[in-house]
Every structure is written in C-alpha cells, then in structure tokens.
Design a protein around this ligand. Structure first.
Ligand SMILES: Nc1nc2c(ncn2[C@@H]2O[C@H](COP(=O)(O)OP(=O)(O)OP(=O)(O)O)[C@@H](O)[C@H]2O)c(=O)[nH]1
Ligand SMILES: [Mg+2]
Length: 687
C-alpha cells in the first residue's frame, strides 16, 4: 500500500506517520506511549513508570530519575499503517529534544492534565508547536481523577492556546467518577474498560442532552471557518457525519483548532479513539514535507531527530525520511557537506534496535554509523549538500558546571566524550576557559547538567567530578605609583641584568591595559622593550588579590642596561618585578562582572522575581509585559555574575518550572567590604 493509496476500511492511507507525544512535566506522556504500544500489540504488557518497565525512559538516567530526560522513539503498527511515536521529555530543561524532533513530525499529541499550576508549561509547549506550525491534539489525561467539569477545564487551559481548544469528547459521570465518554463526532457513548477497548453503550437520557449541547458547541467552533456548516447550523440542519469528520481533519491540519480528547493513560482509556483520530485526521508525510517547503525529487531527504552513541552498536542517528528512501550502503550527506554511508537500518523500540530493510518515505528509523550526523542535521542522498530542512536553535544556556575527569588517566577521553555529548544534545555547550584551564559545561538547568555528568560516566565511560565554575573576577588599582624593577644576578660566568622604572596608573573602567614606551636616549635599548612589556603582561595575570589586573596603564620611563649581561630574559624579569612590587602600593581593588539579566515568567510570579533579584544584589531596571505572551512578564535587572550562578534554580522553583532568563555581560564593578574580603580569602586558600 503506497502513499495516498487505499488502506483498509477504504480510508486514504498517508503512509508511515511520525507523531510526537509532548506536554508539561509528568503529565503522562511515557505512560501514554506505553498504552499505545500495548494497545497496538507492539508489547505484551503495559509497563509502568513507577516500576521502571516502560519502553520510554528505558535509558539509565531516565529510569534513575523516574522522568524522561531525552526523546524516546518507538515504531508500531495500527490498522495496517506504521506509526513512530516520539515520547518527549516534559521538563523545560530537556525541551531541546522535543524542539529538534518537531519539524519532522506530522502531528503532536499534547498530553496534559486539568491542573491550573501546569497551564504556563502547557502554554510554553503549545507556543513551540504554534511557532513551528505543527498540527496538534490535546489528550486530557488522568480524566478519571478530574474534580471539575470538563468544560471548566477547557476554560482553564484555553489561555495557553492561540487557537480554540475544541472539545471532541465529553465524560460520562457516574456519581463523582468518570466512567466513560461520549464521542461528539461519532455521536457514540463508551464506558472505559481497564486496559481494554472501551465498550459502546446506548446514548440516552442526560448524556444524550449533554451530547447535543456539547456537539453544538464543537460544530459552532468548526463553523467559524466553514460558511456552509454555519448555514446548516443556523437553519437547524444536522450536518452529515462525514462532513463533520472532514472539517475536523481539515481544521486540525490547518492548525486553526486544537481538538481535545479525554483518557487515562495508566488504564489505557481513550487510547483507541486517540489512535483513530490520528489515523483519520493527522496529515501524512507529503503534507509535512510541504509544510517544510521541501522540494521533493528522487533523492532521499531526512531530518536527524536525534543522534545516539550506543554502548556497542556505535553511532545511531534516528531520522525521518521526508522524501526518497535510504538503505544499507546509501551515501547521505549533511548540509555541511560531510558524507557518510549508512551501515544498517534499524526499527526502534526504546533502547532496542532491530535490524530491518530499506526505509521508505515517511518512515522513522535509526541509521547506523553516520559519523558526521548530529541531532537536528539534514541528510540527503544528492550529489550536492541539501539546504537544512529546519534549524531549531537551542535556547541560550542558563547554568554551568565545571567538570574534571575523576582520574587523570581519563583526561584524554574527556574531549571525545564532550563531542558526543553535544552532538546528541545541542542545548549543551562546552567551554574551555584558557585563563584558568577550567572546562565548563553550560546547559538548561540543574537536572540537565546532572544528567550530562551521569551520561559522561555511564554512556561514555568517563567518571567526572563537578563543581561551580569560577566567576570572572578581576582587579584594578586606584592610585598611581612609580616603581623600579631591577633584576641582577651574578652567578659565575654570564650574569643577568635588567633595570626598568615603571609608571603605573589607573585607567577608566573598561580600558583594559595600555603599555607606553617613554624611553629617551636609549637608556633601555629598543630591542629589549618588547621583553619588558611581556614581563609586565605576565605579572598582570595574577595581581596582589589573586586575579588578573585590568584598567591600568604602565609606562616604561627609565632604566639601565649592561652590555654583556642584559638579555630579553633579564628585562622580562625586571618588568615583572616592577609590577609585582608596584601593584600592592596602588590600592588594588576587586572588580566583579555585572550582567544585564532579562527574566521571563508568568505574571503571577513577577513579584517573587523582584524579591529574588533584590536578594541577590540585583538592581531592577524595569519590568514589562512579555511581548506576544499573554499572562507573562519580563523583568530586567543588572546582577553580579556570582549571583547569576544558580539563579535559575530559584527562578524555576518560583515559577513551577517555566521561568527562564537570558543574560549578557554589561560591565565590571568595584567590589569592597566583606563580600570582597571573602572572595579574596577564598582565592588565597585555593592557591
Ligand atoms: N492516575 C494516573 N496517573 C498517571 C496517568 N498517567 C500517568 N500517570 C502517572 O504520572 C506519573 C508520570 O507519568 P509519566 O508517564 O512518566 O509522565 P511523563 O509525562 O512521561 O513525564 P516526563 O516525561 O518526565 O515529563 C507516573 O507516576 C504515572 O504512573 C493517568 O492517566 N492516571
Ligand atoms: Mg516521560
């Protein structure tokens, strides 16, 4: 059965689908995937997250933390079609894994609960889908625990979505408990069965009345974009069921409504209806390729959703074929022009890879041994590199840790391990600080970095120790001094002689360092002057307080030399001595970096943000509503780098995990008093 051919039951087959399961933290995505796999027969029994038996979260770190920390892929069959589901992590710290897969999916299922506290998270995720133009369903999970009417829940969630949330099902209440649902499009009632398909019951009495009302609301929303339907509603004509289904499909695909389905993932309730909705309504690969503006020819074009470095199988790149086909031996090129040959095509079921034949358009498979592929790359089989299909730039990082191999012998393994780590997860960046030889990993939050460190140990076999990175303190001087630096050594044979007089002066903030040669009459020969400057620069790397010295000028104003004993080396030393002896007399003072920070948070947390910033020596510059985000604010402040260090942890805990910030260096500021003394003492102790 090919693309656009006829599938079973006479429905149009759109070929293999790729569907992302996304949603707020801990909303039941991994559990829903498990239910889908059990329902479609891909697994025998539905595992649970709590028992650590799910296909999603099968990685060591996810099991350990009982939360998803990376995207998990599983391919199954439903009514004759292949579906790859991607279980995405819900935590904002791991959101890049969701963001990089979205371009290639046909639709997303947003798993969420009727929980007011999670609305900002839902908004954040819907925003990603809206911006990437992804058709989306909402699966209102945990519906058996619902304590409010579903219509109230929709009202609660609606502000998170830019398009109408379209209630497709209403619950059947049995006292205070939801025992089933009425499908408003099918006009059928079902009672939930534990881990089994729901059973059809007769739709009557109160349920029939509620159905009529809710169906009318659903049709009204659909009619906003369908004049013919609007006329039928106004004239009280019952629209044909097929017409309603067509409208549902069309408006989902046009991303003008977001249908809401109900269910209980743990008990597999509502799962079959969700699968049917996906089957009938979600677009297929050709529409997805069109959405991405892809020029489809004979060549294979694929998006790398995620690259893994497996323990034994080497590198695996999970990719969706948006055009063409790829098999063992196919040469694929990244858009940067790096070519590689596919070695093995695999079907995915969590961490299990099963070898299979050639992958066809629409399929999502793991491709073996493509050494140059990274998460987010575009691959093509053409002679020329293809343009990148999508470029989802990671969010700027918000937290850093300094990392060291636990054992010296592992130092050499660290570099390659970092490369693998950042290939897998582009929202991690590694920075080598040349000044203090620190290696720092930047990421999206505390758990993100903890998992990165665990991954280095578990996946890449480099156990590491971590600590907070050092702050970029500097020091400067407040008073000018003229100082002689004299180096004289007479140790038999050839001696050493260099003699300089330096005028050391403070410069305005931000000036850096300036060296002046004011020698007249050749008292220091021209050829030695660069050596003096080198000696000075060397000494300035480590000032009297222990930090690099900035914002000063040093002028060489006098000196003397010896025709035999003088050398570059001797003048270098003399220059250094001049600085080492001179600076302590210049009233050195500590400088700390101040950054401009811009925090975004839901408006109800803005007051808390102000308190957090003030508590961290922040100077609030102002706040405003966040552009384009209803119910969010932006707070701008200037803050010392030392206080930004773990700021994100406090911001996240005050915003149910959704607040974030960006920051940019602004200036260096003098720091005196107790805080400065403590920093200087700590520096001395560390040396
Ligand atoms: N009562 C009830 N509990 C559920 C349901 N779905 C999930 N849970 C529980 O909620 C917790 C989180 O479920 P997960 O499936 O891991 O949620 P998730 O969305 O994958 O979580 P992250 O990937 O970490 O964001 C687990 O303890 C599940 O057993 C549901 O429908 N009803
Ligand atoms: Mg999960």
């Amino acid at each position: 059965m090919g693309q656009n051919g006829n599938g079973p039951n006479g429905t149009r087959s759109l070929g293999p689908r790729c569907i992302a399961l996304v949603g707020p933290f801990q909303s039941g995505k991994t559990t829903l995937l498990e239910a889908i796999l059990a329902r479609t027969g891909a697994i025998q029994r539905q595992g649970t997250v709590d028992a650590g038996t799910t296909v999603g979260d099968s990685g060591k770190e996810a099991r350990h933390h009982k939360m998803s920390v990376e995207a998990t892929f599983a391919t199954t069959n439903f009514m004759g079609d292949s579906y790859t589901f991607i279980d995405c992590p819900g935590s904002i710290e791991f959101i890049q894994d969701m963001r990089s897969v979205l371009p290639a999916v046909d639709a997303a299922v947003v798993v969420c609960e009727a929980d007011e506290k999670k609305v900002p998270q839902l908004q954040l995720i819907l925003r990603e889908l809206e911006e990437q133009n992804i058709p989306r369903f909402v699966f209102l999970n945990n519906i058996d625990k619902a304590d409010k009417r579903v219509r109230e829940t929709i009202k609660l969630l609606q502000p998170a979505s830019r398009v109408p949330l379209l209630l497709r099902q209403i619950p059947i209440w049995n006292g205070d408990i939801i025992s089933g649902f009425v499908d408003l499009a099918l006009e059928r009632a079902y009672v939930y069965k534990e881990c089994a398909p729901s059973e059809i019951i007769e739709l009557k009495g109160e349920n029939l009345d509620r159905k009529k009302e809710a169906r009318f609301t659903m049709l009204e929303t659909l009619a906003d974009h369908d004049d013919q339907l609007m006329e039928q509603l106004l004239e009280d004509i019952e629209p044909p069921r097929d017409k309603v289904f067509d409208d549902l499909a069309k408006e989902l695909r046009d991303r003008i409504v977001c249908p809401v389905l109900l269910g209980v993932a743990t008990r597999s309730n509502g799962v079959l209806r969700l699968l049917k909705a996906l089957r009938h309504e979600s677009p297929g690969v050709s529409e997805t390729a069109q959405r991405l503006g892809l020029k489809v020819g004979n060549e294979a074009q694929a998006l790398v959703l995620k690259t893994f470095h497996t323990m034994h199988g080497g590198k695996m790149s999970v990719a969706r074929l948006l055009a063409g086909q790829a098999g063992d031996g196919t040469t694929l090129m990244t858009s940067a022009g790096d070519a590689g040959r596919v070695s093995g095509v695999f079907k995915l079921m969590g961490q299990q890879f099963e070898k299979r034949g050639q992958a066809m358009v629409g399929e999502t498979v793991a491709l073996g041994k493509l050494d140059s592929a990274k998460s987010g790359d575009t691959l093509s089989s053409g002679k020329q590199p293809a343009a990148a299909i999508a470029q989802v730039k990671p969010y700027p990082p918000v937290l850093a840790i300094a990392i060291q191999a636990k054992e010296r012998k592992d130092d050499v393994k660290l570099g390659p391990a970092f490369t693998k780590l950042t290939e897998e997860d582009p929202s991690l960046t590694v920075v080598h600080n040349a000044e203090n030889h620190e290696v720092v990993i930047w990421g999206q939050g505390e758990m993100h970095l903890r998992v990165a460190a665990e991954r280095l140990a578990e996946r890449f076999m480099v156990p590491v120790s971590t600590r907070p990175p050092s702050v970029g303190y500097r020091e400067t001087i407040r008073k000018p001094v003229t100082q002689r630096g004299r180096h004289k050594k007479q140790s038999g044979g050839h001696g050493q002689f260099g003699d300089v007089v330096l005028e050391i002066k403070p410069l305005p903030r931000g000036s850096g360092f300036k060296f002046d040669d004011r020698i007249t009459g050749g008292v220091v020969p021209r050829n030695y002057i660069p050596a003096v400057e080198e000696g000075v620069i060397d000494a300035l790397k480590h000032g009297p307080l222990g930090f690099p010295v900035v914002d000063l000028s040093v002028a060489l104003i006098d000196g003397s030399y010896h025709t035999v004993d003088s050398s570059d080396q001797a003048f270098r030393t003399a220059g250094r001595i001049g600085i080492v002896e001179g600076l302590p007399q210049c009233h050195p003072v500590l400088l700390e970096p101040i950054h401009e920070v811009e925090i975004v948070c839901p408006s109800e947390a803005t007051a808390k943000m102000n308190a957090i910033l003030s508590g961290r020596r922040g100077q609030i510059l102002g706040f405003d509503t966040r552009e384009g985000w209803s119910g969010w604010d932006t707070v701008r402040a200037q803050m010392p780098e030392a206080e930004i260090g773990d700021l994100i942890i406090e911001v996240r805990s005050a915003t149910a995990g959704v607040g974030s910030f960006i920051f940019k260096f602004d200036h260096m500021a003098e720091l005196t008093g107790r805080t400065a003394d403590q920093i200087i003492a700590a520096r001395r102790a560390a040396e």
